[in-house]
Design a binder for this molecule. Sequence first.
Ligand code: FAD
Length: 381
Amino acid sequence: MSIVIVGAGLAGGTAATELREQGYDGPVVLLGAEHHPPYERPPLSKGYLLGNDPLEDAFVHPREWYAEHDVDLRTGVEATSLDIDAHVVTTTAGDVTYERLLLATGAEPRRLTAVEDAGVPVAYLRTIEDSDRLKAAFGEGRRIAVVGAGWIGLEVAAAAREAGSDVTVFETADLPLLRVLGPTVAEVFADLHREHGVDLRLGASVTPDDLRDADLVVAGIGVAPRLDLARSGGLAVDDGVLVDAGLHTSHAERGTRVPSVLAVGDIASHAHPVLGRRIRVEHWDTAINQAKTAAHNLAGGDEAYDAMPYFFTDQYDLGMEYVGHGRAEDEVVVHGDLAGKTFRAFWIREGRVVAAMHANDWDATDDLRAAVASGDLPTLG
Ligand code: FAD
């Protein structure tokens, strides 16, 4: 049985690895539009961007691994359309047939078109090349404007400050990360960046004139999943590729499950069996763990993916991990020292813990996972 994976990012690379580790020994083709073998993106806004970690550390495997494990990695090849009845993927380098197909096409940055149209160049951060461009622009006295105070925007701001740049961050919400964390914890991130000398401009839309003096404008205003390939095959799509608990796609018109095509990672709008609703998660951990379940199911298994979302960030001297699926309007209970940025926080909805995070409390992770799994707020120890 031949398995084709489209998208040689973290999810695609992990799926190929898992197929081999789980003992599948049939043909595996891994198609990637980028010229690199699969790599992890978190270092691009952290250790690699800061100049602390070498690029090699970001790769899922060295390039030789793929040939050594009989994985046919084809980089610089883009899949352009899909025929799910004929089981054919058309690519920029010819047609590829499959018996089982995994879509792992990931996401791309949303563009700041109004600013670009006004003649202000805007940089984005998704690839190694993007990270290199930012790193080259940072330095003592360089003026860096960041649009969007989400995870990527704040990590870029931190890296630019650590390189000595003057940094201004523009955000339409009243606090960074407000929609994800709610006001109590979002305030911690506002303080963190102000303490490190970032000029935070909150609660207002940025105009092209605000940005004209910057040496570099970086936009971190979210990503859009790449859905064109799934759409071309007639697969059901909303804000992601619709997949069931076991990550199988379905046909948009016929409404039937498509057992030969699975989707994972940033593109997957997943019917989460524990949460009882669809979620699409743009996180490193989900890309890895959905790929593991998908590998098992591609090779003939039938497992549901039921892990809770997990996320981490590092900014200056603050490291955090977050588990679960909270909302800004959930009640938040904090254990620890919010002002000192060493604490555990729990998001509570209808009396149950639905998400939990820690800041600089690295022993907390198992307790946080347990609280989200049980729904019970731990007693203050
Ligand atoms: P991607 O990594 O986007 O990979 C998809 C690949 O498919 C790409 O290489 C793309 O070129 C290729 N592709 C797309 N379409 C085609 C096609 N038609 N044909 C062939 N190839 C195609 N998450 C965290 O949890 N914590 C973090 O700290 C964190 N930091 C991040 C920092 C940065 C700078 C970025 C950009 C992301 C970060 N993330 C983080 C998110 C995390 O990296 C993503 O969730 C993860 O990369 C998703 O993996 P993926 O394989 O689904 O998609």
